[in-house]
Design a protein around this ligand. Sequence first.
Ligand code: HAM
Length: 426
Amino acid sequence: MSSKIQAIRGMNDLLPSESPVWATLEAKIRVVFAQYGYQEIRFPIVETTGLFVRSLGEVTDIVEKEMYTFVDSLNGESLTLRPEGTASTIRAVLEHNLLYDGPKRLWYAGPMFRHEKPQRGRYRQFHQFGLEALGFPGPDVEAEQIILTARLWSELGLRDVGLQLNTLGNSAARASHRAKLIEYFSAHIEKLGADEKPRLHTNPLRILDSKSPALQGVIAAAPTLLDDIDAESLAHFEQLQSLLRAADVSYTINPRLVRGLDYYNRTVFEWVTTKLGAQGTICAGGRYDGLIEQLGGKSTPGCGFAMGVERLVELMKECEVAIDVPAPDAYIVHHGDGAMQAAFRAAETARDAGLEIVLHVGGGNFKAQLKRADASAARYAIILGEDEVKSGMFSLKPLRGQGEQATIDLTKAIESIKQGRTHGSL
Ligand code: HAM
C-alpha cells in the first residue's frame, strides 16, 4: 500500500462539521466592519521578503525565525509567505496611490504564515481578519476601532475578554526608554539567558516579554516606558481613555504591553481572554505613524488591529455561542422508469424558486435513498416513483416531525417547504 500524504504540521484543514462556526463568525465580522465604513482590500499571499523585513523590524521574532522565506527558482528573488497583513496593506495602498483623495478605512482577511511551534491557539497557517485606518492622526479613530471590536464581542456572545492598553510614546521616548533598559539589564547580565543576551543591544524591549522564571523579578522592577512618555503622547492616550470611558468600554493599562512588531508608536492594545490557556490574545494592534514613510510614502499616520480567527472560533465554542447550521430544504429520491428525468426537472424548478435541494445520485432502492435523505439533515424528502411520474404528483415527506406525508403537485410542495423555513443549530 502506498503511504498516505499528510498535511503540514501546524496547518489545519477546516472540515464541513466546523465550517458553519467559521461562516457565522466571518459573516458577523463583515457586517460590523461595514457598519463602521471599512472597505475590503485583498492582496497576494506572497510578497518580496524585503517588505516584511523593512516593516516588522529585523530584530523581531517573526523576521528572525518565523518567516516562510524561499527563493523563486525562476528569477532568484527572495519571497515570503505573508506573516501578517499590515505591511501588505501599506504596500498596496502606496502602489495604487489610494490615499490621493484622503484618508482610508480598509479591512482584509485570510491566511497568514508563521513558523512557530504549533500548540493550542498557535498554528503555522492561521487566519486573521484585520483592519487599518490610514491618514487619521487622532485618538478618535483608535477609540472607534476599539468600540467596533467591543460591539463585535457582544454581537458574537463572547464573554471574558478584557482590553489591555498601553502607549509607547514617540520615537524619542522609546529611544530614551531603550537606553535605560540596556543600562538596567546590563546591571543584571548574569540573569540573562541564551535567548535574552543577544537582544540586550539590539532589542532590549523584547527582554520584557521573556518567560524565563529566573528573570521575572528583574523584569518586574525594570524601568517602565510610562516614565519616559512625551507630553503629547500622554495627552493622546488620556483622550483615548476618556473616549473609551464615555463609550462604557472598560480597560486595564498594562505598562508592559510592548507588542512583537517594531512598527508601533503611541497606542498599543490587546484583547485577552483567560478561557483559551496560554494563547489568550484574540485581537491585537495599535498605531504605526512611521510605517508609511518607512515604506516610501509621504508621512501619514496609521492604526489598526488583527484578530485570530482560530482563537475566536475556540472562544465561541467555550462560550457556547449558538451557530446556524445550513441544512438542505429537501432531498429528492427517485426510482423507476422516467423518475430520474422528472427528478432532475423538479430539482431545477425548486432551485429556481430559491430552495436548497439535494438530488439523490447513485441509484439504490427507496429505503436506501430515504436513509441518505435523513442523514443529509434535509427537512423534507420529495419522493418520485413510477406512480408519481404517471400522475404528475409528488410525495412530500416531512423528515423532522413536521406533519404527515402528502401527495401534492410540485408548486404546492415548494410552497409548503418554503413555509416555516428555518435552519438548525449546533
Ligand atoms: P499580531 O499580534 O502578530 O499582530 O497578530 C494578531 C492576532 O493574530 C493575534 O492576537 C492572534 O489572535 C492571531 N495570531 C497571531 N499569530 C498566530 C498564530 N501563530 N496562530 C494563531 N493565531 C495567531 C499583527 O499581525 C498585526 N498586523 C496587527 C495589526 C494590524 N496592527 C496594526 N494593524
